[in-house]
Design a protein around this ligand. Structure first.
Ligand code: SF4
Length: 306
């Protein structure tokens, strides 16, 4: 199947930059039409239902269309820089080979990390890899700042959606991610993901084969908005989705002087949020044990595996 993407007037995502990425121009996501990735390999630090015995087969794409000021992968998200973010330029053909190599290494799935701005390359790569024997689930790991009509192109190619829901408050979305209408946009994107994957399906080993896991990164000093996110997700979807509450917020250099974001989340803040989720009735959920707020958990962006 072939799709028509107009990268000479890029409107792939809700930013609608209208730049000519074919001619090398870059918009908010900071990358031209060519696919640039920073690393591919087996990743153990994902939800237990995604890692199997060897890890999730993650491909980290360079650039980002959300660009949060606190991003722990800011070196490759690159929205705060003028030059291209670091990474290796590869073709869709090579990307399809990378998917198959990860599967051969025992990856539980193929985990597309920050893929939104490369849909025009990822879709043909997935189709090629599927035709050549890719059989593990494909995970679409996204900020959820997506257009629902673009997600519809992934129907049948993606098995597991792994979106964030970062904020309910549009004011916070503007302050931290410069993302207008974030909640309206992300909630519509998640609705489309749940339409495609309406019920979670796990195998006998507890590994997810199909479904939606929504992540929420708890930010220090923002308990009310985090509660609103959890309330919205559970009241809207109940146990049709998994909710993963992350405590791994790590203050990066760009926010070291920020009045609220300059510290890690406290254990008490996280415990209160988990208790709130339990009080709502959330059963399909993941929480993190202490000790994950550390820059050493951030991978090295050395182009390995590509
Ligand atoms: S994919 Fe990039 S260039 Fe295209 S609209 Fe989104 S942010 Fe802008």
């Amino acid at each position: 199947m072939s799709y028509i993407f107009n990268l000479s007037n890029c409107t792939l995502c809700p930013r609608n930059c209208g730049v000519n990425r074919e001619a090398g121009q870059t918009g908010f996501c900071r990358v031209p039409s060519q696919l640039i990735a920073a690393r591919a390999g087996l990743l153990a630090y994902e939800e237990p239902c995604l890692v199997g015995s060897k890890g999730s087969g993650a491909v980290f794409f360079s650039g980002c269309n959300l660009g949060c000021i606190f991003c722990q992968n800011h070196e490759i998200s690159g929205t705060d820089r003028k030059e291209l973010p670091p990474g290796k330029q590869i073709t869709a053909q090579r990307l399809s080979e990378v998917f198959l190599e990860l599967q051969a290494q025992g990856a539980a799935n193929i985990n597309l990390v920050t893929p939104t701005h490369y849909l025009h390359r990822i879709i043909p790569a997935l189709e090629k890899a599927r035709a050549e024997g890719l059989s593990v689930p494909v995970v679409y790991n996204t900020s959820a700042y997506e257009k629902a009509e673009m997600l519809r192109l992934l129907e049948g190619l993606v098995d597991i959606y792994l979106p964030d829901l970062k904020y309910c408050s549009d004011a916070l979305a503007m302050e931290y991610s410069r993302a207008p209408h974030y909640f309206e946009t992300a909630s519509a994107a998640i609705e489309e993901m749940v339409r495609q994957c309406p019920e979670p399906l796990l195998d006998d080993d507890g590994q997810m084969r199909r479904g939606v896991i929504v992540r929420h990164l708890a930010l220090p000093g923002h308990e009310e908005d985090s509660r609103a996110v959890l309330r919205y997700l559970f009241k809207t979807y109940g146990d049709r989705i998994f909710i993963s509450i992350l405590n791994q917020y790590t203050p990066m250099p760009a926010v070291k002087k920020h009045p609220l974001l300059s510290r890690a989340l406290t254990e008490e803040e996280y415990d209160r949020l988990v208790d709130y989720a339990i009080s709502l009735g959330v059963e399909n959920g993941y929480i993190q044990e202490g000790g994950t707020a550390d820059e050493s958990f951030i991978p090295v962006w050395d182009g390995s595996g590509l």
